[in-house]
Write a protein that binds this ligand. Structure first.
Ligand SMILES: Cc1cc2nc3c(=O)[nH]c(=O)nc-3n(C[C@H](O)[C@H](O)[C@H](O)COP(=O)(O)O)c2cc1C
Length: 171
């Protein structure tokens, strides 16, 4: 093992850390909420994980540089939509700092809930219970309220690229 490559100089640490996280394949999600004005907000995210089964909880990390940061930090309903491989255009739209991400994107809306995306492999409807400050990000701690799942192939992000899984378990 090349131990030298592990001992990055401190001014290189951020770049090395980014490289390390780029090596971690992640399922791409679109995280949504509805603002107090009824306007939907959302961003693409891979910093998503389960936290607890009893009660069911998950978390999402959001950059403070995100334009929707204040909204999510104080949000009530939050939905995590786990994208299917064919939903790359949705991911790209929600990863861009643009207005009007939701027009013609096909989301479903219900009073008091966050928008959910038909065709996603899973949509997890949550309530935010806490926002934890974490450096240049915040951690949104979410209580799971309802779940919808569908079969299909996931959209993966790895090595700074969108990828599809090579499924080996199909006959
Ligand atoms: C594959 C992928 C994963 C991302 N994961 C996250 C994430 O976990 N948290 C985050 O805050 N931003 C993440 N981003 C960046 C946001 O999607 C991007 O900054 C977006 O423009 C934020 O939207 P907003 O500024 O309109 O709120 C990711 C982007 C991509 C392409």
């Amino acid at each position: 093992m090349n131990r030298g490559s592990l001992l990055a100089a401190s001014d290189d640490l951020e770049a090395h850390f980014k490289d390390a996280m780029a090596a971690l394949a992640g399922g791409v999600c679109v995280v949504t909420t509805t603002g107090p004005d009824g306007v939907p907000y959302g961003f693409a995210a891979t910093s998503v994980t389960s936290v607890s089964l009893d009660p069911p909880m998950m978390l999402v990390c959001q950059a403070k540089s995100s334009r929707s940061y204040e909204l999510f930090a104080g949000a009530g309903p939050v939905a995590v939509n786990m994208l299917a491989a064919g939903q790359r255009p949705v991911a790209e739209r929600f990863a861009a700092p643009v207005d009007d991400k939701f027009t013609d994107a096909g989301f479903e809306y219900a009073d008091g809930l966050a928008p959910v995306l038909p065709g996603a492999l899973a949509s997890v409807q949550c309530r935010r219970v806490r926002t934890i400050d974490a450096g240049d990000h915040s951690v949104l701690l979410l209580h799971v309220r309802a779940v919808r799942t569908a079969p299909g192939e996931p959209l993966i992000y790895h090595g700074r690229r969108y990828e599809r899984l090579e499924l080996t378990h199909r006959g």
